[in-house]
Ligand binder design. Structure first.
Ligand code: SAM
Length: 225
């Protein structure tokens, strides 16, 4: 493995295909200045999410794990003017920074950051009979992905998609008999995805400026039985 080459190739892809701009740069800068960890998606991954949202014709997107709102900006930009993005974040300071970043990206009218433990926020959305979402991006604590999946399935429209981030974890997911809660959670997440007959899922490894990791991609049947 040659991580320098991964970085160089990501830089080439981004230079050729994924131009940055003032709002994205400001989001990264303000997040770094506030001491947020650099664990958001890379630029080309952000654009990948943007493209998935466009391909999905998404007008409602749910994100689990906001951080400074970098991925939120990418996905929010795929929405029509009357679209909605709800992003769930447990850390109030991160949420404040994300809201500022979303405002700078002119997305405050469509993108809303909800502070709280994601499982509780998801349950609240279910209880208040939220309209269904076209796309759900899971990017918070990996140990809770099974619970997030269980709850998300109540919030996803038929034909909707779920993207799960960080499902490879530099190969740690392979470790047999591990007591790493994130790995246990991800393995259970895969089992649940495989067992639910309404769902079609794959997972892909990724390498690049964010190291070695992966995404899962799931689609809910258009006409669930
Ligand atoms: N999606 C962001 C991006 O790509 O720009 C990165 C999200 S970061 C990987 C994960 C975020 O999930 C962190 O901001 C963390 O505070 C949040 N988080 C962790 N546990 C959570 C929980 N139980 N409920 C809600 N958010 C949580």
């Amino acid at each position: 493995m040659d991580e320098k080459k991964w970085d160089a190739l990501d830089a080439l892809f981004c230079e050729a295909l994924v131009p940055s701009d003032a709002a994205l740069d400001a989001a990264l800068r303000s997040s770094a200045e506030a001491g947020l960890p650099a664990i958001g998606v890379s630029a080309n991954q952000g654009k990948f999410l943007h493209l998935l949202a466009l391909m999905q014709g998404a007008s409602r997107i749910l994100e689990i794990g906001t951080l400074g709102g970098y991925s939120t900006i990418w996905m929010g930009r795929a929405l029509p003017a009357d679209g909605t993005l709800v992003s769930l974040e447990i850390n109030e300071d991160y949420a404040r920074i994300a809201r500022d970043n979303l405002a700078r990206a002119n997305l405050s009218s469509v993108a809303h950051v909800v502070v709280g433990a994601a499982a509780e926020s998801l349950q609240h959305l279910i209880d208040e009979q939220s309209p269904p979402f076209d796309m759900i991006f899971m990017d918070a604590d990996k140990k809770s992905y099974p619970r997030y999946l269980e709850l998300s399935l109540h919030l996803l429209r038929p034909g909707g998609i779920i993207v799960g981030d960080n499902v490879a974890r530099r190969g740690r997911i392979l470790t047999p008999g591990t007591d790493d809660a994130d790995v246990v959670g991800l393995r259970r997440f895969f089992d649940m995805l495989a067992q639910d007959k309404r769902l079609t899922t794959t997972a892909l490894q990724t390498v690049g400026s964010k190291g070695w990791d992966g995404f899962s991609l799931t689609r809910m049947a258009s006409h669930p039985a």
